[in-house]
Structure formats: structure tokens, C-alpha cells
Design a protein around this ligand. Structure first.
Ligand code: MGD
Ligand code: MGD
Ligand code: SF4
Ligand code: MO
Length: 684
């Protein structure tokens, strides 16, 4: 047989991961045979994670959806047999008919989108879809599931989701990896930090779980979940007590130092030990290292903000570099998120003006269960799910499933696969992979904007989110100048953002020519000039917080809600080989992760008469999950950790880890509290 010639093309990784890698893809005919990192991209440097090396297996997976389907078996029945093949014409007819019926009966708010960032491309994640639902006047979704609590907390201190350029962190001499599982979730930060270490840097990992990142770091500090604000205040206590603060920086660039100092005085190391589990002498040593080694850089993760007090935890840690003046040092400072620098013109992209002054209601996506079961005037009658797998990723999943089972609810799911959410779908629509789309990408960590040109034809009858909502909009009779446009037009509109000086000079033409461009070509002026807070300075005391009914000065508050009677705090985070629930249907990657595992301290296990390998029932008032125990010393007593958003087959039944997590909202931004769940453990 003649060999088909191979060719190499450029792509971008679309996944919800800070690294937003530039990819080098090898094609043979119309098949991807290899995915590598682009060696020319300044951040990717030719390296990508193992997940995405396995992308060919995902894109060409035999179970990829390739045509629309309609449910023919009762809701709750899973598998392809529960559906019949239909045409797009029939699918659109069904959607328009059901949507109009819901609107006629109850008004447009009876329709609700439910989406997240399965594909980070602007056009497909928050472009044509947003226009469609705004124009409809549908219930608005507040997309709070990921990083909003910490994002809001950080902004109270720093004014914007902006930190330092990660490329500068090769110069750091002390790196605190705080509530971030770097080795699994931000591998290019690991590469920069490893380079920094070669030049003499020390890396300290502060986490509730001794994991891959702890093994790689030079030191691991174990904290109790949800206590980071106390640890940061303890560090401030020592910095101030021992004269390690930068008085000049505090005077010039901050407000509220006096109030913060008074608060830090209440957190001596002994009290901090009681709260956090970190020995007092370690608190002192950590603070002294942080106060004397420069440049000192903090990578603030998402893990520590998935808590009841997550906003305040991030706000508090974000105060640390101001105390020591580290923002003024190249390689010093912090990153929580850098989305500010590459922010597109959201008004032109999403067109909130199409709401036309209707004050349509907003539903917090963490409370989908309650929204489906309790919301009245009107109830949700039509749910449109895309780029998201709520049956698995949304908290309190038994409530979510109960809601999705409602016979009077019409649910559409647009995805690449028959996810567990499709078990409840009336209609399933096949989505293209990002390889098949023209789109625009940025990172929330590095500073490069990238254009993605399609490298594959749409598979089967798959449609992108952009095309789906464009065609639906036109069918609904919406404005052709808003819905009839091309991808290229929308990219141009998004890039045209006079409010963001960091995008200056970045155009569609140049992106097409070069593939990527760095934002902020003239430097990140944030730290040289005005901080975008109301006072123009870093706000250690925040008047805005006071007005919002929040404590204006950092403080610690306990987590766990009203479930004190349950003995364990459960931290159920993501794992190394999946990307949230993406890849959890790929055998090769599942094998690498083996099975869902519950990490428990060996003393706790002994007290319960349990040992490693036992099957245990983890339960609370919301649900129960059966899982295999690993008793060791990689968590503190009273703490449980499990990793991976496995699909229900991972647990051998109709359950997922989010059966245990609460719909309760965090202190800021309506954020998720996945990691503040209390549970008990019983033998299975
Ligand atoms: N391989 C892989 N990469 C991913 C993802 C994935 O699923 N898999 N998901 C992507 C997404 S959407 C996101 S948001 C990011 C998330 O990536 P990260 O920002 O790294 O966040 P998590 O992995 O959720 O949690 C980070 C760490 O916080 C710890 N932690 C939990 N509670 C606390 C606490 O109270 N205090 C402290 N100090 N630590 C705590 C957890 O044990 C974990 O090791 O990763 C992205 N990248
Ligand atoms: N217990 C617990 N729960 C969590 C977390 C946790 O740490 N612990 N993490 C939370 C966080 S941080 C996040 S960000 C969320 C993530 O939750 P989700 O955003 O739901 O992420 P995924 O599970 O990756 O699901 C994305 C889905 O989008 C589909 N998809 C990909 N590209 C496209 C496309 O172009 N079009 C369409 N229509 N579909 C597409 C994928 O096939 C996949 O099924 O999960 C949250 N849930
Ligand atoms: S998941 Fe992250 S590390 Fe892996 S290729 Fe994509 S952007 Fe890069
Ligand atoms: Mo996330």
C-alpha cells in the first residue's frame, strides 16, 4: 500500500489549562497521527503534557458523535441505544419548536444555557452563543464554577486579574507554589521554576496533599484545608514583628497598612499552628525566608479558593508581595490569573446590548440542582448544555440529576461525546473539535494571543458552537448583521478593544502571519503606574469590600458549613491525566490513573479499623460514593483527598464524586466550594 505523505501544521491547545500551548500537529491524510509542542513558541518550548499527546485518540475516537440524535428511551437511560439518528434539519425544527413553546408558555427566562470552557476559543466559548441567549432574553448563567472567588478576592487587593509575566519567573530565587498542583496543572511554570532552581532558587509547595508537585518541590508544607488566610496572616505577623517589611513601598503604593498590621498582630505563630496545622517554627521560618530572599514569587492556585472562604484566602495571600515590595523586583510578585492583559472586547464579542435593557434573571451555575428543582416564575423548561458536563462536574450532583430527570424539562446537549450528561438529554448534537474551527485563544497565565486556523474538515455532521448558534439565530429570525457574520469578522471585533492597551498592535493579519503575538509589548505598566483599584494603590484595607458587606481587612474564617458533626473535610480535585472530566472516557489515560482513590491519614484509618485497598463508603447528607482507600501520611489527620472527575463508570455505578459536594457559595463572586465538603467514612 502506498504511504500517505505526512505533513506538519500549527495548532493551539484549546483546553482549560493555564499553559495554552502552541501545538505542532502531524497529519496523514485527514487523520492526526501525532501532537507535539511547538518548539518555536516562547512558552511552549516544544513541551506538552501527556494528555494532549493522546489527543489523536480523542479526536479520532470511535465513539465520537457524528450526527444529531433524538431520545427514544426514558430519561436516565444511557448509551447510544437510547437515541435515534435524525438530521440537523429535524434537530433545528425540534429546538425552535420546543424553545418557542417554552417562551410562549413562560417567557424567555424559561430557557437557560449551561456551558463552561471545554474549548477555550473565544468564538466557541463565549461568542455566538452569548449573542444568541442575550438576544433571546434567556436566563443568564453566572459562570462561577472555576476561579471566581479567588479572582474577585485578588481584585480587591490588586484591582485586576493581573500579575507578573511568567517568563520572568526564571529569575525568582524563592518560589511559593500555594494551593496549586503545578506539575499536573501548569507544567510550563514547572519548567520556568526548574530553570530558576538551576540558578539557585528554592521551591516551597503549600498544599493539603503531598502530591506530584510536593515531590518535585524542595519543601512541602501541609496545611489544613481552608486555612491559608491564617497562614498568610501569620507570615505577615512575623514579617512585621521582625522588621522585614518594605516601608517605602508600603507608604507609596498601598493603602491600609496600619489596619492590616493590627490584624496580623492577632495571628502569632502559635495561634496559626492551631488553625492551620503548620508548626509555629515553620511559620516563622517560612516568613523569614519570604522576607529575606528576593526575588520571591508566589503562584496562587485555584485549589485554595474552592472553599467557603476562598475569596478571602486569595485576597490575603495577594497582600504578601506588597508587604515586602516584591512587585518592584523582576521575578518577584505573584500570579493568580493574568487574563486582564489579554482581555478582548467582550461587548462586541458577546453583545450584552442585545438584552435590550431586559433585566433577565441570573442563575449561579454552582446551583444548577436548585435552579432546576426550585426555580419558579418561570421554571426552567429548556436547558441548553454545551462545552460542559454538568452531571459530573457540578456540585451536589444528585440534585442536578434529579433536576435533569424532570419530564417537563427539554434538554439539549452539544458535545463531542455521549457524556454522562447525555443520559438526561432529549436531543444530542455533535460538536466539532477545535482542530476543525477558526478561533482565537489567549491564556490566563502567559501573555500570548494565538490564532487557530482549522487543520481538519468538520468530522461527519459535526458543527462548532459558533455555527450552531449562528444557524439557530438566523432560524429564529434574529438580525443577520449580528448572527450572519463569519468567524473572521468576529475575531476582528474581539481584537478591537480600545479599553485594553496591552492588545495594541495585535491584529488578525499579523496573527495569521505569525500565529501568536505577545500582549503588552511595551511592558506591563500595572506595577509602574496606577494600580486599577479605586484608590490607585494596592488595597490592604478595602473600602469596596466594606461596602459589599465583607471584612475590609484580611482575616481567617473556618470552612465546612453547617456539617460540623461530620469528621472529615474532603478535597476532591482534578487529576493528572484528565482535564476535568475530559479524557475520562479514554482507556489509555484511565489506565494511567488506575481508579478513584481516597487518601486518608493512617491514624484516622487505624481508628476506623480500615486499611489501604479497602473499599469504603464516603457519605454525607447529599450522597454517597464507594471508593478505594489509600491510608498513608500524605494528608493531615481529619483530611481526605481524592483526585479526578471520573465519569460514573469509574465508580462502577450511577454516581460521581460531586454527589458529596455542596451547592453552598464561597464568600466572594458566588464561587464554588467543592473542597469544603464534610463527610464521614464507613466500610463498604
Ligand atoms: N492535569 C490537569 N490539569 C488541569 C486540570 C485538570 O483537571 N487536570 N484542570 C484545569 C482547571 S479548569 C483548573 S481550574 C486548574 C486547577 O489547577 P490548580 O490551580 O492547580 O488547582 P487544583 O488542582 O484544583 O488544586 C490545587 C491544589 O490545591 C490543593 N488544595 C486544596 N485545598 C487547599 C487549601 O485549602 N489550601 C491549600 N494550600 N491547598 C489546597 C489541592 O490539594 C491541589 O493540590 O487546572 C487546569 N489544569
Ligand atoms: N469535585 C470537583 N468538581 C469540579 C472541580 C474540582 O476540582 N472538583 N473543578 C471545577 C472546575 S475548576 C471546572 S473549570 C469545571 C470544568 O467543568 P467542564 O467545563 O464541564 O469541563 P469538562 O469536564 O472538561 O467538560 C467539558 C465538555 O465540553 C466538551 N467540549 C469540548 N470542546 C467542545 C466544543 O467545542 N463544543 C462543545 N459543544 N463541547 C465541547 C467536552 O467534550 C467535555 O465533555 O469543573 C469543576 N468541577
Ligand atoms: S493541557 Fe495544558 S499543558 Fe497540556 S497541551 Fe494543553 S495547554 Fe499544554
Ligand atoms: Mo477550572
Amino acid at each position: 500500500m502506498p504511504q500517505t505523505a505526512q505533513r506538519t501544521v500549527r495548532s493551539v491547545c484549546p483546553l482549560d489549562c493555564p499553559d495554552t500551548c502552541s501545538l505542532k500537529v502531524t497529519l496523514e491524510g485527514d487523520r492526526i497521527v501525532a501532537v507535539d509542542g511547538d518548539p518555536d513558541h516562547p512558552v511552549t518550548q516544544g513541551a506538552i503534557c501527556n494528555k494532549v499527546r493522546n489527543m489523536p485518540g480523542r479526536v479520532h475516537h470511535p465513539e465520537r458523535l457524528t450526527y444529531p440524535m433524538r431520545r427514544i428511551a426514558p430519561k436516565g437511560t444511557s448509551g447510544i441505544e437510547a437515541f435515534e439518528r435524525i438530521t440537523w434539519e429535524e434537530a433545528y425544527e425540534d429546538i425552535v419548536r420546543r424553545m418557542n413553546a417554552a417562551i410562549e408558555e413562560c417567557g424567555p427566562e424559561a430557557v437557560m444555557p449551561y456551558s463552561f470552557y471545554g474549548n477555550m476559543g473565544y468564538l466557541n466559548a463565549e461568542g455566538m452563543d452569548r449573542r444568541f441567549f442575550h438576544r433571546l432574553g434567556a436566563t443568564q448563567l453566572d459562570r462561577t464554577i472555576c476561579s471566581v472567588a479567588g479572582g474577585v478576592g485578588y481584585k480587591y487587593t490588586m484591582g485586576a486579574g493581573a500579575g507578573i509575566d511568567p517568563e520572568d519567573t526564571v529569575h525568582s530565587k524563592l518560589i511559593l507554589v500555594w494551593g496549586c498542583n503545578l506539575v499536573s496543572t501548569n507544567m510550563h511554570q514547572v519548567m520556568y521554576a526548574t530553570e530558576a532552581r538551576k540558578r539557585g532558587a528554592k521551591i516551597i509547595h503549600i498544599d493539603v496533599h503531598r502530591n506530584r508537585t510536593s515531590t518535585w518541590a524542595d519543601e512541602f508544607i501541609a496545611v489544613r484545608p481552608g486555612t491559608d488566610a491564617a497562614l498568610a496572616l501569620g507570615m505577615m505577623h512575623v514579617l512585621i514583628r521582625d522588621g522585614l517589611t518594605d516601608e517605602r513601598f508600603l507608604e507609596d503604593r498601598t493603602v491600609g497598612y496600619e489596619e492590616l498590621a493590627a490584624q496580623a498582630a492577632l495571628y502569632p505563630p502559635e495561634r496559626v499552628e492551631e488553625i492551620t496545622g503548620v508548626p509555629a517554627d515553620v511559620v516563622v521560618r517560612l516568613a523569614r525566608e519570604y522576607g529575606t530572599v528576593s526575588p520571591a514569587y508566589i503562584r496562587i492556585g485555584n485549589g485554595l479558593q474552592h472553599h467557603d472562604n476562598g475569596g478571602m484566602a486569595v485576597r490575603t495571600i495577594a497582600c504578601l508581595p506588597a508587604l515586602t515590595g516584591q512587585w518592584n523586583v523582576k521575578g518577584g510578585g505573584a500570579i493568580k490569573s493574568n487574563g486582564h492583559y489579554t482581555g478582548m472586547n467582550e461587548n462586541r464579542l458577546m453583545r450584552p446590548d442585545l438584552l435590550a435593557n431586559r433585566s433577565t434573571r441570573v442563575v449561579n451555575m454552582n446551583q444548577l440542582g436548585d435552579a432546576l428543582l426550585q426555580l419558579q416564575d418561570p421554571p426552567v423548561k429548556f436547558l441548553f448544555v454545551y462545552s460542559c458536563n454538568p452531571a459530573i462536574v457540578t456540585p451536589d450532583s444528585n440534585r442536578v440529576r434529579e433536576g435533569l430527570m424532570r419530564e417537563d424539562l427539554f434538554t439539549v446537549v452539544h458535545d463531542l461525546f455521549l457524556t454522562d450528561t447525555c443520559r438526561y438529554a432529549d436531543l444530542v448534537l455533535p460538536a466539532t473539535s477545535h482542530f476543525e474551527n477558526l478561533d482565537l485563544f489567549t491564556s490566563y497565565w502567559h501573555l500570548y494571543v494565538q490564532l487557530h486556523e482549522p487543520i481538519l474538515e468538520p468530522m461527519g455532521e459535526c458543527k462548532s458552537n459558533f455555527t450552531l448558534f449562528k444557524e439557530l439565530g438566523l432560524r429564529m429570525g434574529f438580525e443577520p448583521d449580528v448572527f450572519g457574520i463569519t468567524e473572521e469578522q468576529m475575531i476582528r471585533e474581539a481584537l478591537d478593544n480600545p479599553d485594553n492597551p496591552y492588545l495594541e498592535g495585535i491584529t488578525f493579519e499579523k496573527l495569521r502571519e505569525r500565529g501568536w503575538m505577545k500582549a503588552g509589548l511595551k511592558g506591563l505598566s500595572l506595577f509602574e503606574h496606577r494600580i486599577p483599584t479605586p484608590s490607585g494603590k494596592i488595597e490592604l484595607f478595602s473600602e469596596r469590600m466594606r461596602l459589599a458587606g465583607l471584612p475590609p481587612v484580611p482575616e481567617y474564617s473556618p470552612v465546612g458549613g453547617d456539617e460540623e458533626e461530620l469528621p472529615f473535610l474532603l478535597v476532591a480535585g482534578p487529576n493528572h491525566s484528565f482535564l476535568n472530566s475530559t479524557f475520562a472516557n479514554q482507556e489509555k489515560l484511565k489506565k494511567l490513573e488506575k481508579q478513584p482513590t481516597l487518601h486518608m491519614h493512617r491514624d484516622d484509618a487505624a481508628a476506623l479499623g480500615l486499611s489501604s485497598g479497602d473499599r469504603v463508603r464516603v457519605r454525607n447528607g447529599r450522597g454517597e460514593v464507594v471508593i478505594t482507600l489509600d491510608a498513608a501520611e500524605n494528608v493531615l489527620p481529619g483530611v481526605l483527598v481524592t483526585q479526578g472527575l471520573w465519569w460514573e463508570d469509574g465508580y462502577g455505578g450511577e454516581q460521581s464524586i460531586n454527589a458529596l459536594t455542596p451547592q453552598r457559595l464561597a464568600d466572594m463572586g458566588g464561587g464554588a466550594t467543592f473542597f469544603s465538603a464534610r463527610v464521614e467514612v464507613l466500610p463498604a
